[in-house]
Write a protein that binds this ligand. Structure first.
Ligand code: NAD
Length: 359
């Protein structure tokens, strides 16, 4: 019998190529995986009437972990984001996005090692929005003006930012547990509590309370705008950052930029029972089917998957192999190839990494 059952959601655009690349590398660790390959997204919608069939959610629910390619969310099509729907269906409340400098990746900085822990279920991403002039917007505006005594222009759209003690406490606890298990020294809570007292203020209060239970981990907080400036000026002072959903989304792109961009930025969506590992980047449709893009971000997400399964040694081998292949600069994709070196394809880079993992 296999050691682990993994669901592989291929995704669309460059998804099938990068998931195949990650599979080659995970199989090269020598661990015996049983793969359940499933599809979701706009093409599936044409066949099954929904972009996220129930059997995809069920496959993830019943496997040890899942790895996922990016899925296109057509702008303005009315199709709900499969990515958001999956996180909600499985209550994957923690989005973990490590950013670590790799030699050979062109970047303005060379000693970055920061982990973003983003709350994944609430905040302005809760999906509670009202279109301007719609009857619900008109009603909500009337009610809000009455309750707050403040003026809102009648032509306003509205979005709601729910932040709860429950979700804030659980993401703060996740960040501290992550810090403890991964030998990190400090957690920084990021917020705008000076302005948003009852939402971000509540998030900060929950983080402070949880911090008191972890005297071995240093705790501090930063206002989000100040954090952005300090990340650019002195990123070495930060370690684990814990943030509400929207700031986490934005700041994790900033930290990906510090280490050289989306091609090398892994991620994980983790709940109490299930986890899905995926790169930060999207489906890059213009590169689809060209065997061209960098598979490193999803391969490094595969290393996070191995750590989640407790396979620390194999995870270390994968991370080292990615670092070595990038540093050597010979079997790398177009975005990493040094001047004068011909780039290789997605598959060839994955095979070079797999060969080092298996060696
Ligand atoms: P994108 O990340 O797909 O692409 C932006 C650019 O980044 C690309 O044109 C390319 O130049 C570069 N890039 C991305 N991945 C790369 C890789 N692996 N190697 C080398 N270069 C790479 O962002 P986008 O164009 O804003 O989004 C395209 C689609 O992806 C949208 O429909 C969006 O909704 C979706 N998306 C999905 C996810 C997900 O599934 N989790 C995440 C983000 C975006």
């Amino acid at each position: 019998m296999s050691q682990y059952r993994l669901t592989l959601i291929r995704g669309d655009g460059i998804g099938p190529e990068v998931t195949q690349a990650a599979r080659i590398v995970l199989d090269a660790t020598g661990i015996d995986f049983e793969w359940m390959v499933v599809d979701a997204g706009a093409e599936v919608m044409e066949k099954s009437g929904t972009p996220l069939p129930a059997d995809v959610v069920e496959a993830v629910r019943t496997s040890d972990a899942a790895i996922k390619g990016p899925i296109t969310t057509p702008a303005g099509s009315g199709i709900r984001s499969v990515n958001v729907a999956l996180r909600q269906a499985l209550d994957l409340y923690a989005n973990v996005r490590p950013a670590r400098s790799l030699r050979g990746v062109r970047s303005r900085y060379d000693h970055i090692d920061v982990v973003v822990v983003r709350e994944n279920t609430e905040d302005l991403y809760s999906g509670i929005e009202f279109e301007k002039h719609s009857p619900k917007a008109v009603e909500a505006i009337e009610m809000l003006m009455r309750l707050s005594g403040k003026k809102i222009f009648p032509g306003s759209g509205l979005a709601v930012k729910p932040i709860s003690s429950e979700a804030s406490e659980r993401i703060a606890r996740f960040a501290f547990e992550y810090a403890r298990c991964n030998a990190r020294r400090k957690v920084t809570a990021v917020h705008k509590a000076n302005i948003l007292k009852h939402t971000d203020g509540l998030f900060l209060e929950a983080a402070r309370q949880v911090a008191a239970e972890y005297p071995d981990i240093e705790f501090e907080d930063r206002i989000v705008d100040n954090l952005c400036m300090q990340l650019v000026q002195k990123p070495e002072v930060f370690d684990v950052l814990v943030l509400p959903n929207l700031y986490g989304d934005i700041v994790s792109d900033l930290t990906a930029g510090l280490v050289g961009g989306l091609g090398v930025a892994p991620g994980a969506n983790i709940g109490d029972r299930n986890a899905i590992f995926e790169a930060i980047h999207g489906s890059a449709p213009r590169y689809a089917g060209q065997n061209k893009v960098n598979p490193s971000a999803l391969i490094l997400s595969g290393a996070l998957l191995l750590r989640y399964l407790g396979e620390q040694e194999a995870a270390g081998r994968v991370e080292q192999a990615v670092a070595d292949v990038i540093a050597a600069g010979q079997k790398v994709t177009y975005d990493l190839a040094p001047a004068g070196v011909a780039p290789v394809g997605t598959r060839q880079m994955a095979e070079a990494i797999a060969a080092k993992v298996a060696a």
